[in-house]
Design a protein. Structure first.
Length: 565
């Protein structure tokens, strides 16, 4: 397949270069425009995208871009506009200059110029509309991938290209009638961060950790978990796991019907709210929430109609809304507060500077400093409200962030520690939980492995849903275990970045059976076996024989990929 693509590439460049010597000006101009366009995007832009994502832009990626609103105004793109512009402009100028120089040196082509131009057009059309197999969509030269990809939006408009994969439209089923929580039940507040690495913040107040000073002031006695991890390294998948509590390989139809955390809380008589600075247009997150029993839902577009798709609306705007919701009175509140500003390109806030420059690491550290101030202020203001004084507050992040540790940058590209290890802490004021439960939490926090699915089970336990007989069937489907209860002796937690609800550049799936982790790194076409206890940062892989018992788990869930059966 690559050989076929290489042949098309050579024919396309060669014949179009010859067409740039055609005696008719319109043909020459068209050829030069195509050469510049292909060089700019098929070489320059592809090099940028490959460096960031380990993949090239193809048809599926370009069709997917149609569903991302305001992509051209993305703050990530505008922040890198000069670098991207230079990467595109340089090859375009060089290629067009070469074509013009050839015309000057070799003169106007006199022998069958129209036939040559016709052959160039035929090769380009073939490259545009060739039905290359989707399974091998990266097995082509980058320029051919780009040309073939540009036909995607046209084919999509004609109904000849399938819709990009995204979260399903929600049809979340109501839970059966159940006893209502008493007015004395503790309020439950879940704060979800964006792209926060476990090692970039202080899950617990600890001597030597100075990354979370404002949070340390607001919640000095919080209980921080040292072995928390997400089940995916992308926002919509991690949050879907958190909202449903279901394993990553749950069929799409079941996800669409599963009750969400707000439905469980509402069935127990709680007032429910979801306040987020995320733009929920991404991956149809807004449509997925349809049917859920959320009393108050406000997202980025509720505040800024054209909020950026990457970093949303200002996180600090959620604080006043959260306080207002808590002070409204009535039934005990269950509230999810979901931040966004620490997503690349990392919102920069005056007065919060940890890094020395404008490189990604420095910008990330600056955004974390601002996030600490926002979260610290949020917790402090919650604690000043009547309901907030009694609330159990839980915090985690959707995923982490990579800065080249395993050859990847940012997130969504693999399942190494830097992309899925997340902070997790619980802050419960005196009397909110039985002292024996608090003692258990504090005792187990340093060593208990916690998946994001366990946080869902913990929330449902806190609102009293796990022991309701009418809920037992639904509760049995949960993939997590409440932190208020005994940890499992052994379990396999599946990881997956590429389910049927998400387009993926390279496969990434795995399983954690603590302390072992086996995962497939698609952009390197290999499996990695890690001992998380001995090497939590996954600096060095251990022999795959150590993970032999986990291969059948992966094969059963995802099929044998990248290796001989």
């Amino acid at each position: 397949m690559y050989a076929e693509g290489a042949a098309l590439s050579l024919l396309g460049w060669g014949l179009t270069m010859e067409a740039a010597r055609h005696p008719r000006r319109i043909v020459r101009a068209t050829a030069l425009a195509f050469l510049g366009f292909t060089a700019a995007f098929g070489i320059g832009l592809q090099a940028v995208v490959r460096a960031l994502t380990h993949a090239y832009l193809g048809r599926r990626a370009l069709v997917l871009a149609l569903g991302i609103p305001s992509l051209a105004r993305s703050s990530y793109l505008t922040h890198d506009a000069l670098r991207i512009g230079a990467a595109c402009l340089v090859p375009a100028v060089l290629v067009v200059a070469l074509a013009l120089a050839r015309g000057r040196w070799l003169g106007v082509r006199r022998s069958h110029p129209t036939a040559t131009a016709g052959m160039a057009a035929a090769v380009i059309l073939l490259t545009l509309f060739a039905p290359f197999p989707v399974k091998g969509f990266q097995c082509l030269p980058p320029d051919v991938l780009w040309i073939n990809g540009t036909a995607g939006p046209l084919l999509y408009a004609l109904g000849l290209e399938r819709k990009p994969r995204a979260l399903p439209v929600g049809e979340h089923q109501a839970l059966p009638a159940a006893p209502q929580a008493s007015a004395a039940a503790p309020p439950v507040i879940l704060i979800l961060g964006e792209s926060i690495r476990r090692d970039a913040t202080c899950s617990a107040r600890t001597p030597g950790c100075e990354e979370s000073p404002r949070l340390d002031e607001a919640a000095p006695d919080r209980i921080g978990y040292a072995r928390a991890f997400s089940t995916a390294s992308c926002t919509e998948l991690a949050s879907t796991a958190l909202w449903t509590g279901l394993a990553v390989d749950t069929p799409e139809a079941l996800l669409a019907r599963a009750p969400l955390v707000w439905d469980w809380a509402r069935a127990r008589g709680y007032r429910t709210g979801y306040l987020t600075s995320q733009n929920l247009l991404f991956q149809q997150s807004d449509l997925f929430l349809r049917g859920s029993r959320i009393d108050r839902l406000r997202e980025a577009r509720s505040r800024v109609l054209d909020a950026p798709i990457d970093d949303g609306s200002p996180d600090e705007d959620l604080t006043a809304e959260a306080v207002e919701f808590l002070e409204a009175g009535g039934a005990p509140p269950f509230l999810v507060i979901h931040h966004a500003n620490t997503h690349a390109p990392y919102r920069q806030t005056p007065g919060f500077t940890r890094g020395p420059g404008d490189d990604p690491r420095s910008r990330y550290r600056n955004s974390l400093a601002a996030s600490d101030a926002v979260v610290g202020d949020l917790v402090a203001r919650i604690r000043r409200t009547e309901q907030g004084r009694r609330a159990v507050i839980l915090y985690t992040s959707d995923h982490g962030e990579a800065f080249g540790e395993h050859g990847a940058w940012f997130h969504s590209f693999d399942l190494h520690a830097e992309q899925i290890d997340v902070p997790l802490w619980i802050d419960a004021p005196p009397g909110a939980l039985p002292s024996a439960v608090v003692d258990r939490l504090r005792r187990e926090a340093p060593t208990r492995p916690v998946a994001i699915l366990d946080l869902t089970a913990t929330v449902l336990d806190l609102v009293g849903a796990l022991d309701v007989p009418a809920f037992h069937e639904r509760a049995a489907a949960l993939a997590g275990v409440s932190l208020l209860r005994d940890p499992p002796a052994r379990r396999d937690v599946l990881l997956w970045n590429c389910p049927p609800t998400r387009e993926c550049a390279a496969e990434a799936f795995g399983v954690v059976s603590y302390p072992l982790k086996l995962h497939y790194v698609g952009h390197e076409h290999r499996y990695a076996c890690q001992d998380l206890e001995a090497d939590p940062a996954e600096v060095t892989s251990v022999p795959q024989a150590r993970c032999a018992a986990l291969f059948p788990v992966l094969d059963g869930a995802f099929g044998a990929q990248g290796r001989a059966p």
